[in-house]
Design a protein around this ligand. Structure first.
Ligand code: SF4
Ligand code: SF4
Length: 136
């Protein structure tokens, strides 16, 4: 029992991990195609919901509606992006902005990827073949 648990931990430790590569090309897409969520953690899908969330969190006032996703959720643009795709509050921007695109293994395994035009991409740090070799 203990041996299989140790083996499991060893394999988990050695499993491949995604690493972020590339760099920001300042396309501005991540500041213009933002999904925002209600207090129930559901994507905002209409103007009424947007007006409601603005009542309980003033940060929502930093965005305006600029489109709709294929799945029907509203897309927002941040008011801090200028016409040259530069962030007007770059040094004070929030954590979400600093981390974009964030590595989330489940998201990537399920086919998720950075926005179209983004200069970042993700790759596994080792191939499946290398993983098998290490765990034989
Ligand atoms: S604060 Fe700056 S980096 Fe963050 S979404 Fe707005 S423009 Fe983009
Ligand atoms: S989508 Fe990617 S490349 Fe474009 S501004 Fe955002 S981080 Fe930079």
């Amino acid at each position: 029992m203990i041996i299989s648990y140790i083996k499991f931990l060893f394999q988990k430790y050695n499993s491949s991990k995604f690493i972020k590569k590339g760099k920001c090309n300042r396309c501005g897409n991540c500041c213009r195609n933002i999904l925002l969520y209600t207090e129930k953690n559901l994507p905002i899908i209409n103007e009424e919901q947007f007006e409601n969330v603005k009542k309980w969190d003033k940060h929502f006032n930093n965005f305006y509606i600029s489109g709709k996703s294929e799945k029907g959720a509203l897309l927002f643009t941040c008011k801090e992006i200028d016409e040259n795709n530069r962030c007007k509050v770059y040094f004070f921007r929030g954590l979400g902005c600093r981390l974009y695109p964030k590595i989330d293994s489940n998201f990537l395994i399920n086919g998720g990827k950075p926005l179209d035009g983004c200069g970042y991409y993700f790759e596994p740090d080792k191939s499946f073949k290398d993983y098998l070799k290490k765990n034989q």
